[in-house]
Write a protein that binds this ligand. Structure first.
Ligand SMILES: CC(C)(COP(=O)(O)OP(=O)(O)OC[C@H]1O[C@@H](n2cnc3c(N)ncnc32)[C@H](O)[C@@H]1OP(=O)(O)O)[C@@H](O)C(=O)NCCC(=O)NCCS
Length: 182
């Protein structure tokens, strides 16, 4: 694998007949993408809710990730329409491990199994194409949807960062999960 694969950056992962993951490029940054990032319902379980997102700073983010040799930022495309993102990164080439994170921005696509399919596909890609030996993720303990997605994809709870997060004026845990291929 490795840096060669990461340097290519035109990677596409076919998830099924309708869903394609494609490394995001500047021209994928649209008004709707920026709107998702400013939608509290979409971001309330993520740190993105603390930022104001604009076309400009979203483009900067996408081009930084595109240039990074340690990140793969994919758009989730459903029948050709961008509906969310999934990121593998930062990728730690010393330890052959990575973080994964994701969101479905178009809310009408929630609850249709799309995040589960995309996480499963990206983990397979990480293991078989990049040779990674560990994939990590984390979620606010009350993010039931994300907990289910990760559990379905074979992630196991490795620990809790106790009282790490303030959510609606209460302190809650951040759950740490990991996937180790067989
Ligand atoms: C969390 C999120 C990624 C789930 O995506 P999704 O495509 O709707 O998830 P799936 O359809 O694959 O659902 C997987 C399971 O979780 C359940 N689920 C999904 N959202 C749920 C919710 N809000 N509450 C309870 N269960 C939920 C589904 O019913 C399904 O359960 P099942 O396997 O028993 O049928 C999506 O709601 C989202 O993007 N939310 C905002 C951003 C976010 O929270 N990102 C993750 C940060 S860690």
């Amino acid at each position: 694998m490795s840096t060669e694969t990461l340097a290519k950056k035109n990677i596409k992962i076919k998830v099924d007949e309708q869903i394609l993951l494609k490394v995001l490029k500047l021209n994928d940054v649209s008004d709707s993408y920026v709107e998702w990032l400013n939608d509290f319902e979409v971001t309330k379980f993520t740190e993105q809710k603390y930022f104001t997102h604009t076309l400009e700073n979203t483009k900067t983010f996408v081009s930084q990730k595109d240039e990074s040799e340690r990140d793969l930022l994919f758009g989730i495309f459903f029948n050709g329409t961008h509906i969310g993102n999934i990121k593998l990164g930062p990728i730690n080439l010393e330890h052959m491990s990575s973080e994964v994170s994701y969101f479905i921005g178009e809310k009408k696509f929630w609850g249709r199994g799309i995040a589960s399919k995309c996480v499963e596909a990206i983990v397979q890609f990480a293991v078989t194409e990049l040779g990674l030996k560990k994939v990590n993720a984390g979620y606010y303990e009350n993010n039931i949807g994300s907990a289910k997605v990760l559990q379905k994809c074979g992630f196991v709870v490795e620990g809790n960062r106790i009282s790490q997060i303030i959510f609606e004026n209460k302190r809650i845990n951040h759950v740490l999960v990991g996937y180790v291929p067989n």
